[in-house]
Design a protein around this ligand. Sequence first.
Ligand code: MLT
Length: 411
Amino acid sequence: MARINENYLKLPGSYLFSEVGKRRRIYVETHPEAEVISLGIGDVTLPLTQSAIEALHKGVDEMGRAETFRGYGPEQGYAFLREAIASVDYAIRDVQIAPDEIFISDGSKSDTGNIGDIFGIDNKVAVCDPVYPVYVDTNAMAGRAGDYDPATGKWDGLIYVPGTADNGFVPDVPDLTGDDAPDLIYLCFPNNPTGTVATKKQLKSWVDYALENDAVILFDAAYEAYITDPEIPHSIYEIPDAKRCAIEFRSFSKNAGFTGLRCSYTVIPKELKVGGVSLNALWNRRHSTKFNGTPYIVQLCAASVYTPEGQSQTKGLVDHYLENAGIIRRGLVGAGYSVWGGVDSPYVWLKTKDGMTSWEFFDYFLNELNIVGTPGSGFGPSGEGYFRLTGFGSRENTLKAVERIRKGSLL
Ligand code: MLT
């Protein structure tokens, strides 16, 4: 008799962004006259850059001619893209990453979710709280999170490292050593959902902690393009010895607008070993078995990001969303909210008003202001009483939303 993976039955409700989307749809259906502004899920709104479009056209033309047609590519990604990443994203920052330490994929959501395949079920997992829900849910699916307690909003098998207003939403390393210390640690900076960034000193404390405890850091750097402060590291590998303890995830979604195209990459340095076993070799085995590569035309498009025109046009997209985030941030501060993020990040994190819970505030924003945001509690118990807005909307909608927030009502 077939049996299901019972861990799935332990998952509460639906995936956060599906729930937000569902509530938005219901509202729009029942209020067809409402002009609802979506600043919930971090999905981009600007079209692809000119250089990306040209690369896609070139790829399509190549695929249409017998002499240049390509079938299966290397599962790990084409050398032209891996080499461009190594030289532009890393060598420029004095970080030496070899092309065969880079694995091209179809998204950081998939990779941060799938990376658990190469780790044993008995690893103790630490997540920051609030946190991107994919890290938690995929560990729950694998059976690494234990049981969910609706009363606390926590999984009893996970270690939650709280981000709070007191630590500026940049959690400190946990006070756990020996057998109590985590084996796998998920970090995300610039942070989703709070928009905060970690300094070199703060990241170094995590790297030192991981090395002391033989733990592996899973570092999600999907938003690194949004860093404007020259003192803030873009890569965990800017921290000495991080190659011995960290895997890094990067995406083309939020910088180059690939949320619909799908391309990302994961870096696993060869010196990263667990019990003497190379994680690069394990991931290579997993990737080449379960994945047949990102489409050639998409990789060609991703490589266009690394040309001089691509770099400046991509920066144009990022600057646009950063300006939106700044508009939201300033608007919220002006309206009396306590706010984090929105400076080196597209995300703005705010404390709800009048003691409202995150979902009460979601309803207030949707019903009274016709703005969709994301409830902080959906990112974990420490997110309760907070709310996230994104800079990924259009400029027009961003300005309109801020005006509604300022007035506390529809215009
Ligand atoms: C978010 O809104 O947190 C992100 O868009 C989710 C994602 O990238 O999967």
